[in-house]
Design a binder for this molecule. Sequence first.
Ligand code: ATR
Length: 279
Amino acid sequence: MTILSGKARVAGIIGWPVSHSRSPRLHGFWLDRHAIDGTYIPLAIPPDAFPDTVRGLMNAGFAGANVTIPHKRAAFAICDHVEETARRAGAVNTLVFHEGRITGSNTDGGGFLANLRAYGVNPAAGPALVLGAGGAARAIAAALQEAGAPVTIANRTRAHAEQLAGDLPGLRIIDWQARSDALPDHALLVHTTSLGMSGHPALELDLSRAHASLAVADIVYAPLETPLLAAAHARGLRAVEGLGMLLHQAVPGFRAWFGVEPVVDDALRHFVAADLLPA
Ligand code: ATR
């Protein structure tokens, strides 16, 4: 049991719904590991209550919060200052409260890159093919461009990819149907759609077209090994699991709120993964 003092640091995750979130478990692990006088709680807040709630949390002395679906764009609007990571991603996932001011950042892209590097994959090794054009794709494409990789997007709805390209100059767009044909031109494949998630159909992709050096990253983490990653493993390709992105994106928030630089290691990975296994 954790006993808090009157000076405890408090943070949490704001979502609607929020019950699926693994972030309380993840931050709870680090709080326990470092014996920090603090806590991190789930906050289920509907969209119309979001702005008032954020200001209320700040006034109540919270150190900050993570923001998840559907609030990431609304969080952008409420900030007094947004960092470049959030500006490029068009969304905020991390809020830090300090002296009555709200600062927003987006740690998804940085978390993605940190996870790639943890698997020994250099994000700038060559062109990246990103499948999908939602919020996660946007943050990842921006981070890959920043790291120096040319980025190609393939999305079911081409208009959504074109919107993204309007905000991120230099993006190349190809048809969704051309995704397998495009594999040989790329060093990295990043899958950001909901395909392959538990209860969803698998992504159709012909990995036989890829070079042996292709790295395959999936941001889906339930299941831990998606059909795409299993296919990559079967071909001897480097496969980067999505759970690591979730773990790494949490680091900057924890450091800002609780004043300790946390480490992503196997103990944390196993602790969070244990909660993802089918009951
Ligand atoms: P997130 O913010 O988590 O990335 P999102 O904004 O809902 O989630 O994005 C979902 C992505 O998955 C989109 O690129 C979506 O494609 P569309 O733009 O065509 O909607 C993609 N997606 C979802 N279901 C899909 C499916 N059955 N086949 C192909 N792409 C799919």
